[in-house]
Ligand binder design. Structure first.
Ligand code: CO8
Length: 258
């Protein structure tokens, strides 16, 4: 396995395997990691020898969200200038199927990254959610849009407004993930799915992916533009500063509604 610090890569036949590797921060997604991930995925997308991409997290965390330390003191203008969304757009445009191997926490940007994948294999241990509300913001990489399409308005409101985590069983029941497997099989099962896809006709696979996404995403673009504006504007509120500072200082936040 090729160790590219926060991302590890391996090629197994026509499967490109990428593992997110920041275990000390529960695979929090910083800008550098997201840029490298988009670079890698685009490289594999163009490589005729690759048919399917397998994206895995670690056993304790698939990814516990965007890196809060990177954003805690940022203003709305800072967030606009960083334009991190372009990395997510690049991943959204990957034409080959992406299988997700999910175990442990898939939260915030981690849940959003999971929802960018096409077949989601998840351990019974998974805890999935969009807890941004707890730190004074809202999902910013498609969470309010894709989650609502996946699990419906009632459940999405519950998850996004209360910040509660879904168990793997709930995620399965509401159509958010493709398969739930015993904890010891999460990676092996995802690899099996990737191997199965690797036997499929690559052009048809890409067409199938594009077509399902088309059904899923009609009108999504407008929603994403609006979600981004709302997410970014929150960086000028006191509650975002307080929420993120409290997280960093390991104390309860005190929100003022400003
Ligand atoms: N960012 C940075 N560090 C993190 C993050 C994170 N998202 N999550 C966990 N960590 C760090 C902790 O600070 C801790 O570090 P240290 O050991 O140095 O103190 C380490 O990981 C282990 O975490 P905990 O000690 O907190 O472990 P617990 O088992 O007690 O709790 C939780 C695990 C419940 C997952 C908890 O860590 C948590 O609540 N994490 C934050 C989850 C969260 O709020 N995620 C949303 C982040 S905001 C977001 O994702 C917006 C997406 C926008 C995307 C678009 C960007 C442009």
């Amino acid at each position: 396995m090729n160790d590219e610090h926060h991302l590890r890569t391996e090629v197994d036949g026509s499967i490109a395997i990428i593992r997110i590797n920041r275990p000390k921060v529960l695979n929090a997604l910083n800008l550098e990691l997201m840029t490298d991930l988009a670079d890698l995925m685009e490289r594999y997308d163009k490589d005729d020898a690759i048919v399917v991409i397998l994206l895995a997290g670690g056993e304790r965390a698939w990814a516990a969200g965007a890196d809060i330390g990177d954003m805690a003191t940022a203003s709305t203008q800072d967030m606009r200038e960083r334009d991190q969304f372009k990395q997510w757009e690049r991943i959204k445009r990957i034409s080959k199927p992406i299988v997700a191997a999910v175990s442990g926490f898939a939260l915030g940007g981690g849940c959003e990254l999971m929802m960018h994948c096409d077949i989601i294999v998840c351990s019974e241990t998974a805890k999935i959610g969009q807890p941004e509300i707890n730190i004074g913001v809202i999902p910013g990489a498609g969470g309010t849009q894709r989650l609502t399409r996946a699990i419906g308005k009632a459940m999405a409101m519950d998850v996004v407004l209360s910040g509660r985590f879904l168990s793997a069983a709930e995620a399965m029941q509401h159509g958010l993930v493709s398969r739930v497997v015993p904890r010891e099989h999460w990676y092996a099962e995802a690899l099996q799915v990737a191997k199965k896809l690797a036997t499929m006709p690559p052009v048809a696979l890409r067409s199938a992916k594009a077509s399902v996404l088309n059904a899923h995403e009609a009108h999504l673009s407008d929603g994403l533009v609006e979600e981004r504006r709302l997410f970014t504007d929150l960086f000028d509120t006191d509650d975002q500063k307080e929420g993120m500072a409290a997280f960093m200082e390991k104390r309860r936040p005190s929100f003022t509604g400003r």
